[in-house]
Ligand binder design. Structure first.
Ligand code: SF4
Length: 311
């Protein structure tokens, strides 16, 4: 039974992404208002050895041989760079499998030289830049008190100087909070400081930590993209405003756990769950089993199953 490795799952940016979840719910150095994992329970910025690296490597060893994927992606039920064993896992993955390696991080730990060294062995580092100054940073990302906006961006700049792989930046826009024209100009300026290879303009598509969070309109998104294109080549800007479609890998010997491991990192619509049941010819009763570990949340008129951390 796998605990850390899940998928591959369809990813809008990484194709079939084989996920390695290295942080328990929900340890993070941010507490973003839009987080799909709910509010941060443990707002920390020190690293911990949450799990024995060997336990995770054992699962990776089996999965990389038996599953077909495009990227091996490090992720967390929070912020993956808070895991003290991450460097060891990255080294193992580099030496023992041939597919590209990625991480989905907020990027705040790139202020730390050790983390920069670990992540320099990856092919893609996805970071976040939702805001343009200390005030909006504290309003949207609500970081740990030891993290300042300038320290955060300086870490990204230092990493850019040292890293030859791809830096992809995610800008999550929230209606009425960071989607203004003024914000777009300033976010463009901040992005130009560390020159990401790609910028993804995103909107909340899954239930957010704060129920009042709403996505901006399509017009606002396009306007925002036009404004930041003064600072970043427009061919590098992508808009993502819908959830991913595609096939999720499910271990037929352990379907409940396979689905739960995915739900731990991303809420899913009832439609996605029903599609998994159909494709894998699973018993429909599995939905009742899942309900013991999830809650149902309606966002933007769509019903989602959200992991509640009870397994
Ligand atoms: S969105 Fe990412 S960085 Fe923000 S609180 Fe959630 S896990 Fe942490």
């Amino acid at each position: 039974m796998f605990k850390y490795v899940f998928g591959p799952v369809p990813s809008r940016r990484l194709g079939r992404s084989l996920g390695v979840n290295v942080v328990p719910l929900k340890y993070c150095n941010f507490n973003c208002i839009y987080c799909q994992l709910g509010r941060t329970k443990y707002l920390v910025n020190d690293q911990s050895m949450f799990y024995e690296p060997e336990e995770i490597i054992r699962e990776m060893e089996i999965a990389v041989k038996s599953r077909d994927y495009d990227y091996l992606t490090f992720i967390g039920d929070g912020e993956p760079t808070l895991y003290a064993g991450l460097g060891k896992l990255i080294r193992w993955a580099r030496e023992n499998q041939g597919k590209p390696l990625a991480i989905l991080t907020n990027g705040a730990k790139l202020a730390d030289e050790t983390v920069r060294n670990w992540l320099s062995e990856l092919d893609v580092v996805k970071v976040s830049t939702d805001t343009c100054n200390e005030r909006v940073f504290r309003m949207v990302n609500r970081p740990h008190r030891s993290i300042t906006f300038e320290g955060f961006i300086n870490g990204l700049e230092e990493f850019r100087e040292e890293f030859s792989g791809q830096i992809w930046s995610e800008v999550m826009l929230v209606h009425g909070v960071n989607d203004t024209e003024e914000c777009a100009e300033k976010v463009g300026e901040v992005l130009s400081r560390y020159r990401p290879d790609r910028v993804y303009l995103m909107v909340p598509t899954r239930p957010p930590a704060e129920p009042w969070v709403k996505p901006p309109t399509s017009e606002t998104l396009i306007k925002f993209a036009n404004t930041i294109s003064k600072y970043i080549n427009k061919d590098r800007i992508f808009i993502i405003d819908s959830i991913e479609r595609g096939e999720f890998y499910i271990d037929k010997n352990d379907p409940l756990n396979s689905i739960l491991n995915i739900l731990k990192v991303q809420p899913m619509t009832i439609e996605q769950i029903m599609d998994i049941i159909k494709r894998n010819k699973l018993e429909p009763g599995i939905v009742d089993e899942l309900r013991k570990f999830v809650k149902e949340v309606v966002f933007n008129g769509i019903k989602y199953l959200v992991y509640s951390g009870n397994d």
